[in-house]
Design a protein around this ligand. Structure first.
Ligand SMILES: NC(=O)c1ccc[n+]([C@@H]2O[C@H](COP(=O)([O-])OP(=O)(O)OC[C@H]3O[C@@H](n4cnc5c(N)ncnc54)[C@H](OP(=O)(O)O)[C@@H]3O)[C@@H](O)[C@H]2O)c1
Length: 427
């Protein structure tokens, strides 16, 4: 049996999982792949991480230069993250004739074009299943299993931290701060959770997904990105009363006006298939012209689920290099501009903070009406004459530019006491 020599760089959450799977399932993997995967180096600059895995002296490495320059290594598994050292490591690996497996969504979303071009120049490959959806095989599904499909839309919940927080707010009636604290306590959120709660992590992932699904590459800067920090428990409650849940959705759609790509907290009807994706779970809901609707669901992060995706990439590369399996073509990276947010049509949830007095609703509906926006539902539960109360309005389909113009005028009214909360509704 041929042997494929692998080095892991970065032995943190994901790297340690990859090490354990390769060690514990070596003979099963060799049997299934028809190639033996030999771990020749496990590198981390943190001695504690190396010690925790009880690495043998022959494979433990502190300095990644030792790995990148070792001629016997066929494939480097980059699991340090970030865009600095990780990028240099990957580019050097290509130059030295090595393939790469990575889970690094930030790097691929921001520098994917450059990284894939470098791989092509060196006639090497970079596989990246774990960069989106952790253990969910979404990249492979899009590149291989769904190859005969034109994918027209992707609606996804691809950040477990944000989904966990929104779930706790919804089911346990926690406020945002309490839910975030619990997520951190349970290990679902980092000490600095900003990438997750600001939607940036989801933006990285939907950029990669749209490139693979549509064969067109939207610059990360063009992905509209709104996080969940401004979601109030009142919004969750009101949404619930009118039959919706709030989810942080990463959306990519091919439309006549171009690619619509955005990350936003969104109201989903309770019977929508993504509405029951709770806790730290992820799901990607696709529409293919041949398959119709399809849902991929599972663990979007964590040591072993993410490592499962990394190991699958290692095996695929081993089969290419040692068993003449066909190579996958490089992603196209054909640049395309994203459809402007103002040109997007949607239904809206609006929460106005108004003085409770007669005539307020008619002022608001008249300004909405002037922009051609019609109302589908109104809710005002509390009655506190003369005090500030929430007034909830759901609209029919409207263009974002019209909605923005209306809200700008409404927020100037004397009866409006706070900036209006605007959320989109996806049916
Ligand atoms: N965690 C997940 O569930 C998950 C899911 C999907 C994708 N990913 C992606 O997977 C990658 C790794 O994530 P992770 O959560 O495993 O990160 P992590 O736990 O922080 O592990 C990274 C490890 O790399 C080490 N490292 C950093 N710079 C190094 C260098 N120059 N040389 C050698 N070792 C170095 C770090 O050591 P120090 O701590 O000393 O810096 C750390 O032990 C990231 O790209 C992440 O976005 C993670």
């Amino acid at each position: 049996m041929k042997t494929f020599n692998v080095a892991i760089v970065g032995l943190g959450t994901v790297g340690s999982g990859v090490y354990k799977i390769l060690k514990q399932k070596a003979s099963l993997l060799a049997h299934r792949a028809g190639v033996r995967i030999r771990l020749v180096a496990a590198c981390d600059n943190d001695a504690k991480k190396r010690r925790a895995l009880n690495l043998s002296r022959s494979i433990a490495v502190r300095d990644l230069r030792q790995v990148v320059n070792d001629p016997k290594i066929d494939c480097i598994v980059e699991l340090i993250g970030g865009k600095g050292i990780a990028k240099k490591l990957i580019l050097d690996a290509f130059k030295n004739g090595k393939d790469v497996v990575t889970a690094n969504k930030a790097l691929l979303a921001e520098c994917g074009k450059e990284v894939f071009a470098a791989a092509k120049r060196s006639d090497r490959q970079i596989y990246f299943e774990a960069s989106v959806g952790g253990g969910i095989p979404v990249i492979k599904s899009l590149r291989e299993s769904l190859v005969s499909n034109d994918i027209s839309s992707i609606l996804s919940i691809i950040n477990g931290t944000a989904n966990y927080i929104l779930t706790r707010m919804s089911i346990d009636k926690m406020d945002f701060k309490q839910a975030l604290k619990l997520a951190q306590h349970k290990g679902y959120a980092e000490a600095d959770p900003s990438f997750d709660i600001e939607g940036i992590d989801s933006a990285h992932k939907i950029t990669i997904l749209s490139e693979i699904a549509f064969g067109k590459s939207v610059s990360l800067k063009e992905v509209y990105c709104q996080g969940i920090t401004h979601i109030d428990e009142a919004d969750i409650e009101f949404a619930d009363e009118v039959g919706y849940v709030i989810k942080l959705l990463a959306i990519a759609k091919q439309t006549k006006g171009g690619i619509e790509i955005r990350v936003q907290p969104t109201l989903l009807p309770k019977d929508h298939i993504l509405a029951s994706v709770n806790g730290s779970f992820n799901a990607i809901y696709l529409h293919g012209d041949e398959t119709g609707d399809m849902l991929l669901y599972g663990r979007g992060a964590g040591s072993r689920p993410t490592a499962s995706a990394v190991v699958s990439d290692i095996i695929d590369l081993a089969k290419v290099r040692c068993a003449n399996a066909p190579l996958l073509p490089y992603p196209a990276f054909a640049p395309i501009s994203a459809k402007k947010l103002v040109d997007i049509e949607s239904r809206y949830y609006l929460r106005f903070s108004v003085i409770d007095k007669p005539g307020v609703l008619s002022q608001i509906s008249s300004l909405l009406g002037k922009q051609g926006i019609s109302i589908s539902d109104v809710m005002q539960r509390e009655r506190k004459a003369g005090r500030v109360v929430p007034l909830i309005v759901l609209t029919h389909e409207a263009y974002e530019k019209n909605l923005r113009a209306a809200i700008k005028q409404i927020d100037r009214l004397k009866c409006i006491k706070k900036r209006t909360q605007v959320l989109r509704i996806e049916e």
